[in-house]
Design a protein around this ligand. Structure first.
Ligand code: MLT
Length: 394
């Protein structure tokens, strides 16, 4: 047996596993400490009643012989695909066919699995900093090349720095696969329609595919920020869009999301073929729960929940600025990206030891993230208030 050698090129721990390990050690040493957790972007508010009612009803369906469901369709039930099309796309003027919508167990799995559609010699462009799963999956697939002085030889890094307002420039050469995430994780910044159009035009010219991670779409409030890449003319030919109910409806534990693979990309039937072999479908209860997020009552309840997180994000951003930090994001995003006066891990340790506040070290998202930390406002508004009081002590 020969194991996949590319795994040896990865850091020993995934970013959030490493943070959990450090936090666990701190808790063992300081059992009395009341930690405030702004690390992983995990929701803290419970599911809204309109969703849990639907889940209870779905469980009841499974208890009766005539409404029981076993294996569902690998690509998801029609009731949810239709709800997605009618609610998330038609209001934006985007027409999709049901077979272009693939229901998933959340964005994470598809982001990694999509990589199987492409040969190893494709050149990949990834934002720096970026959600670590994009790079990790490229490394696992042997697509990243070799790591020399913190730089992967075959990865095109799209630097997002304060100097370019965290808006990446187009690659100078050929990028075949481009990972974009807007509203951005971790910087919290967004692209306007015209900025996103430049990426679609690039992909059309270079025959590239954009994997567009729209996990934070629900946090957009600015009018000029597109909710879907398919609002941009030409995008259906060059973009796969990934969405999740994790951050929009608190499904990080329930697990449900979807991926749009338009026919015009030429990849739809390949993705279907892949899913039929390797995926047995998302659970019926989770899909009914996701369907329920589109009822008028759920929309109202979820808007309140998202607003609650957004208020916390804004409070954090403003509060940290008042304390003298340069803070970014936090407006169309649950994440606040903060410049630190040391490297990321030193600041992370200082915040943990002196303030009992857990954040995410920016360097975990890429070399350009060093000297920054990320705060996740999913901790909740009250926790944001408390954290600011404790950070004042630094
Ligand atoms: C994050 O904290 O960046 C994400 O929420 C983690 C995830 O979605 O897997």
């Amino acid at each position: 047996m020969k194991s996949n050698p590319y795994f040896n090129q990865l850091p020993d721990n995934y970013l959030f596993t490493e943070i959990s390990a450090r936090v666990r050690i701190f808790r063992e040493q300081h059992p009395e400490a009341q930690l405030l957790n702004f690390g992983i972007g995990d929701v803290t508010q419970p599911l809204v009643p309109a969703v849990t009612d639907a889940m209870h009803a779905a469980v009841d369906d499974l208890t009766h012989r005539n409404s029981f469901r076993g294996y569902g369709p690998e690509d998801g039930y029609s009731f949810l695909k239709q709800a997605v099309i009618q609610n998330d796309y038609l209001p934006l003027g985007i027409q999709l066919h049901e077979n272009e919508v693939f229901i998933s167990d959340g964005a994470g799995s598809d982001l990694g699995n999509l990589s199987e559609l492409f040969t190893a010699d494709n050149r990949v462009a990834i934002l720096n900093p970026a959600y670590p799963a994009y790079l990790d999956t490229c490394v696992m697939a042997g697509r990243a090349g070799t790591l020399l002085e913190n730089q992967w030889s075959r990865i095109i890094c799209l630097d997002c720095t304060a100097d370019n307002n965290f808006i990446p420039e187009l690659p100078a050469g050929q990028a075949d696969i481009i990972y974009l995430c807007f509203p951005n994780n971790p910087t919290g910044t967004t692209l306007t329609r015209s900025q996103l159009q430049m990426w679609v035009d690039y992909a059309l010219t270079h025959h590239s595919i954009i994997i567009f991670d729209g996990a934070y779409e629900a946090y957009i409030s600015d009018k000029d920020v597109p909710h879907s890449i398919y609002e941009i003319p030409g995008a259906k030919e060059v973009a796969i869009e990934i969405r999740s109910y994790s951050k929009s409806a608190g499904f990080t534990g329930v697990r449900c999301g979807y991926t749009i693979v338009p026919e015009a990309t030429g990849l739809r039937s390949m993705w279907m073929r892949r899913q039929c072999t390797k995926y047995n479908g998302t659970s019926y209860v989770a899909q009914r729960a996701a369907e329920a997020t589109y009822t008028p009552l759920a929309k109202q309840q979820l808007a309140q929940q998202i607003n609650y997180y957004k208020q916390g994000a804004l409070l954090l951003r403003n509060g940290l600025e008042q304390l003298g930090y340069n803070a970014y994001g936090g407006i169309n995003s649950p994440y606040v990206w903060v410049k630190t006066d040391t490297d990321s891990w030193t600041f992370f340790n200082r915040l943990l030891q002196q303030c009992q506040v857990v954040c995410t070290p920016g360097v975990g998202f890429g070399s350009e993230g060093d000297g920054y930390v990320r705060f996740s406002a999913f901790a909740g508004y009250d926790q944001c208030q408390l954290a600011l009081q404790q950070i004042k002590q630094l």
